[in-house]
Ligand binder design. Sequence first.
Ligand code: SF4
Length: 361
Amino acid sequence: MPQPRVTTAMKQPDAEPLAPIPVNPAYPLPGSIARPEYGPGEREALIDEIRQLLREKDAVLVAHYYTDEDLQMIADETGGTVADSLEMARFGNRHPASTLVVAGVRFMGETAKILNPEKRVLMPTLEAECSLDLGCPPEKFIPFCDAHPERTVVVYANTCAAVKARADWVVTSSIAVDVVNHLKDKGEKILWAPDRYLGSYVKRVTGADMLLWQASCIVHERFKASALQNLAERYPDAAILVHPESPEAVIEMADVVGSTTQLIKAAQRLPNQRFIVATDNGIFYKMKQAAPDKVFMEAPSAGEGATCESCAHCPWMAMNHLRNLAEVLRNGDNEIHVPEDIRKQALKSTQRMVDFVAEQR
Ligand code: SF4
């Protein structure tokens, strides 16, 4: 018997579908970066070494849900955290360790540094980017803001420090709707960047006056509504969980739309035994922990040109692995630096987000 749907996404009948934008051919394809092949005993030896180095160096591992399962496991077991970008930032701020090792993509390391200038922030790799961050360069974004002085600038956390410094507010997907509703209630018009799909979703849900920057996530943009429809018909008992960086047609099929943390909670809370999940498949590690008896399936994505079936995995997140994590702990390389004037300015919009969340709880 199919379970009742509990859709949180609101539809706007007159909404225009967003036209596709060309993907930068210089970006790595989703799913194209595989986990390293470890030699006999190497994986276990690296895990032991990393645990020991974290202790010796007074360091804590802060990992995103989309990173390798081994990194998530080590973060869990050593007193670090596995979280979405908001909780990663909050955790680093609260934890007493003098070094934060951020496994994720560059903007996450920068956010940690913005909030924790006195701490050393290291990353396993500095090459892990994000198409939303790359798609919103400050030299184009700042003049765009200057051309719309009547609008409050709200940027998604997936942006560089200089873009955050120009913003009035930083938000993550878990609080975007609440912040925009708050601003709308004060009569403010909004300039939103960089994710066009999340921005479009927030605009539909809140009805706020929002001008949208046009960047996208190369992972979520590839989820396909028609293939998802076919899968949903084969598994009518499955609930569909969708991250709001996905295209509108995919969001409209969702039973629950939410941030990574909200999707994990939904998997635990809903009575369904089976879920189709439209976000990076790295989230399955935590979903299986939260609901071990349930079945999780990847939503279909366009996988042309790649070797994977679903390709629902961020190629930049996949650049974090045991070898470079151990290396950075041994050598202290890959430290994140943010110029102090930019950091101070970016702190205002980022701290506003942290304070807003604290007030809501
Ligand atoms: S999954 Fe998308 S939004 Fe997340 S880091 Fe990768 S490119 Fe950026």
